[in-house]
Design a protein around this ligand. Structure first.
Ligand code: HEC
Ligand code: HEC
Length: 417
């Protein structure tokens, strides 16, 4: 008697398992989108809505929302609760079911939708529409009570920040404007030699296509959202690993700051790490790399290998401009008493100059050059730090035509100390 129950259960288990096998072998899954018994709300909910809720794959929303909101957020495990909650927050319109806002959410498509996502979107849309049409006629559902809140867990600000168009705008601001520094070896129109020597993967810049460039960088691990500091976009040019192009940036310089800003932000977005309080602040300044070079001679050798930042202020009718209009930063070459760098134009976001500078030209004329040097290595310790009054070394004035090209470099002398 003692052993009968376990034995019985064992037999039962074997029976169930084999039944399961039989049924799944003999009845291939022939369900289509318009299954014949889709005549009741509950059957549609169970067959076509719940699977969206339980799916491992994200819904069509993620084509535009990298995190923060998903169609799953609008489904509860019970039909009645789902319906009552959606009506309660105004996403289902009981009087005009086809005008329900949830359907408008689902129906939002990018201009060039991904084919697979677009298919999923169609399936989601038809499932919700069929379900809502029947549900609004069901007195039990109409009488159902809200038990639990429905919708995204994060604030609208977080949802907005994680939108793909916003992420792409930040990519443009922080990375696309800088890749001019890398183009000679990484842009497919200029890097025949590098491709021959190292292979196609050196062409990570996709010509005139920032979105494709971002997608490729993520795919290839050049931007690593699991381990941001391992992103090759940082480790290669900062020479933390071997780099065929040598050292192009140093920890804490402006380019490094911008790369980090985007990479850290991107990682937080795709890993859904943000709350309203931790959203990053938008910087007031926008910048653009140019091919206008600037050289400063007679730099004292004592500043060798220190990061020197040079800010340019333009002569206006009321004195020097309030904000810098161009900037450059690079390590001092002490042995040659030299500092030289291609300038980045810089302007306050939304200002007239920020618009004008898109021409990548610096108007000829008189400029004040302010020089800062990081003598304590503080940027290496905290890449977010900014050089300020204490790091100010001196200033000079220059009149130049600021012609583009390495060969037409403007030159100034280091200020007398
Ligand atoms: C084609 C791109 C796109 C798709 C796909 C998309 N959305 Fe959006 N969504 C946007 C845009 C753009 C906004 C902000 C502008 C607006 O509200 O009109 C937005 C705003 C929102 C908001 C409001 C947050 C705010 O800014 O106030 C919610 C909630 C939302 N979407 C949910 C969803 C859900 C759920 C899905 C999937 C069923 C989805 N979205 C699919 C582009 C999209
Ligand atoms: C003078 C040429 C040159 C310049 C300029 C240059 N690189 Fe490179 N880079 C190379 C070469 C050559 C390789 C291939 C060998 C290697 O992996 O180090 C490479 C490889 C890379 C890779 C790895 C690509 C992959 O998928 O394997 C990254 C990322 C990279 N560079 C980033 C940069 C960044 C960012 C800049 C600009 C700030 C830059 N490089 C500027 C020559 C250059």
């Amino acid at each position: 008697m003692k052993y009968t129950l376990p034995l019985l259960m064992c037999c039962l288990l074997i029976f169930i398992t084999s039944c399961d096998q039989i049924s799944s072998n003999s009845q291939p899954n022939l369900e289509t989108e318009t299954a014949s018994d889709d005549t009741s709300a509950i059957s549609i909910f169970e067959k076509r809505i719940l699977p969206i809720f339980q799916a491992k794959n994200p819904s069509s929303c993620t084509e535009c929302h990298l995190s923060g909101v998903d169609l799953k957020d609008y489904i509860h495990s019970s039909q009645a609760e789902t319906f009552a909650s959606l009506v309660n927050v105004g996403l289902v319109d009981v009087k005009n079911p086809d005008d329900s806002k949830i359907l408008q959410f689902i129906n939002r498509r990018p201009e060039q939708p991904n084919l697979i996502t677009d298919k999923a979107r169609k399936r989601e849309f038809e499932a919700f529409r069929s379900w809502i049409r029947l549900a609004v006629k069901d007195p039990d559902l109409l009488a159902a009570k809200v038990v639990e809140a429905i919708g995204p867990q994060v604030s609208d600000e977080v949802i907005r920040h994680a939108r793909k168009d916003r992420v792409l705008a930040s990519f443009m601001d922080n990375i696309w404007t800088e890749v001019g520094r890398c183009a000679a070896c990484h842009s497919p129109d200029r890097n025949n030699k590098q491709v021959k020597e190292h292979g196609e993967q050196v062409s990570w810049i996709k010509l005139s296509d920032p979105e494709a460039t971002l997608n490729y960088m993520v795919e290839a691990g050049i931007i690593d959202s699991d381990d941001p500091l391992e992103s090759m976009l940082l480790t290669k040019p900062a020479l933390q690993v071997e780099h065929g192009g040598g050292q192009k940036i140093v920890v804490g310089d402006r380019t490094y700051k911008q790369f980090r800003k985007f990479i850290d932000d991107y990682a937080s977005v795709v890993n859904a790490k943000y709350t309203t309080d931790t959203l990053p602040e938008k910087s007031d300044e926008v910048s653009l790399v140019t091919d206008i070079w600037f050289k400063i001679t007679d730099v004292p050798a004592q500043y060798d290998k220190m990061l020197m930042q040079v800010d340019l202020f333009r002569k206006t009718d009321n004195g020097w401009s309030e904000h810098r209009v161009a900037t450059g930063d690079r390590l001092v070459f002490g042995k040659g008493n030299l500092w030289q760098q291609s300038l980045s134009l810089a302007g306050q976001r939304g200002s007239q100059w920020a618009d004008e500078m898109k021409s990548k030209r610096l108007p000829r004329g008189r400029y004040l050059v302010k020089i800062y040097i990081d003598q304590t290595g503080m940027l290496k310790k905290d890449f977010r730090a900014e050089l300020g009054k204490e790091d100010f070394i001196g200033q000079v004035e220059i009149d130049s035509r600021w012609k583009a090209g390495y060969g037409s470099m403007a030159t100034s002398q280091f200020p007398q100390q």
